[in-house]
Design a protein around this ligand. Structure first.
Ligand SMILES: C[S@@+](CC[C@H](N)C(=O)[O-])C[C@H]1O[C@@H](n2cnc3c(N)ncnc32)[C@H](O)[C@@H]1O
Length: 229
């Protein structure tokens, strides 16, 4: 996706996303994700631990997790509009002393040192927006400490397939692209998105060097937990 398409999309997205969790489905989804994070990152981690929110957007996860964890946080995101909103949210949550905002591309996180991060979260599919997936998974692996965990989500292949057939009555050509290229296009003003099945997300993680944990899949989006070794 070119920079203009990216910026245009996230400019308007940044104005609405923080209201999303007022709706029933998102409330439930947020609650499930929070529980998955708590199951995998001990609430007892110390002040020195660093949680990287890769594609952390407006910081709504960091603001919530800041109430649970006393750790430091980094929000790494390429959208200036999302980060502007994050600045405001973090100021309101009064956790500015523990949060660093970095504007940058997940494909090349040059401002982060190798093996410097204790946990990575990447929620609601930042990696679906990054077409050079291999580079990005390798960068996530590079910055994580040995033995550390990543909790990551991407748009789900089977959800996209079922929805395109049942709700959109998609034609064969569109379904072929969906299957062969693992890409979905939801609408004219929405960028095309990478979609992941259990197997493709598992392979992407493995190829970058991660150990795969089988107990962390959810249904409508595809998510995984993995460990760096
Ligand atoms: C759907 S939003 C999710 C935001 C946040 N994780 C949440 O749950 O509210 C996807 C985020 O990924 C970011 N993103 C997409 N591609 C990126 C890239 N190549 N580098 C850094 N951030 C990226 C976008 O700017 C956006 O903030």
């Amino acid at each position: 996706m070119d920079k203009k398409e990216f910026d245009d999309f996230f400019r308007s997205y940044s104005k609405n996303v923080d209201n999303a969790n007022k709706h029933g489905f998102w409330k439930l989804s947020d609650a499930i994700i929070t529980q998955i994070i708590k199951n995998n990152i001990s609430v007892a981690i110390d002040e020195k631990s660093v949680i990287l929110d890769a594609g952390g957007g407006t910081g709504r996860w960091v603001c919530d997790l800041g109430k649970i964890y006393k750790s430091k946080f980094i929000i790494y995101d390429m959208s200036r509009d999302m980060l502007e909103k994050a600045k405001e949210n973090i100021r309101n949550a009064n956790i500015g002393n523990r949060v660093k905002l970095i504007e940058g591309d997940l494909r090349n996180m040059k401002s982060l040192e190798a093996e410097s991060i204790d946990y990575i979260i990447s929620i609601y599919s930042p990696l679906s927006f990054v077409y050079e997936k291999g580079k990005t998974f390798s960068e996530l692996f590079r910055v994580l400490k040995k033995g550390a965990k990543i909790i990551i989500m991407g748009h789900g292949f089977y959800n996209a397939l079922a929805s395109k057939i049942n709700n959109y009555c998609a034609n064969i050509k569109e379904l072929e692209i969906l299957e062969n290229e693992q890409i979905v296009k939801w609408g004219e003003h929405i960028p095309k998105l990478n979609i992941f099945s259990k197997e493709t997300l598992e392979n992407n993680l493995k190829q970058a060097g991660f150990f795969f944990r089988k107990d962390l899949w959810s249904a409508s989006v595809c998510s995984a937990g993995a460990r760096r070794f």
